[in-house]
Unconditional design. Structure first.
Length: 98
């Protein structure tokens, strides 16, 4: 998937595929896009960083959803905003009891 969609010939942890357009006034639930996580890469990253694998998966899902919602991290200020949004979403997730 990474090679086909991003031209990167290596495994990646998460890919996000936002939809191109939504109706201005959708009725009912809408699909904003798709998030694909590679469990093997996530497990290796968790191990290398000394994190719990479930916490790593949660972070990657949140990261992918933020990309679907339009966040990016190409510039330092974007990275700061995205990291803050990740932290807020994960804190809310943990407050709800995972």
């Amino acid at each position: 998937l990474n090679r086909r969609h991003l031209g990167e010939d290596r495994p990646t942890d998460v890919l996000a595929f936002p939809l191109d357009a939504l109706d201005d006034d959708p009725v009912g639930p809408v699909v904003l896009g798709s998030v694909v996580v590679c469990p093997a890469v996530a497990a290796a990253q968790a191990r290398d960083a000394g994190r719990d694998p479930d916490d790593e998966l949660a972070l990657l899902v949140v990261h992918g959803v933020l990309h679907v919602l339009g966040h990016d991290h190409a510039e330092p200020d974007e990275t700061r905003r995205m990291r803050a949004a990740e932290a807020a979403a994960l804190a809310a997730h943990h407050r709800l009891g995972s």
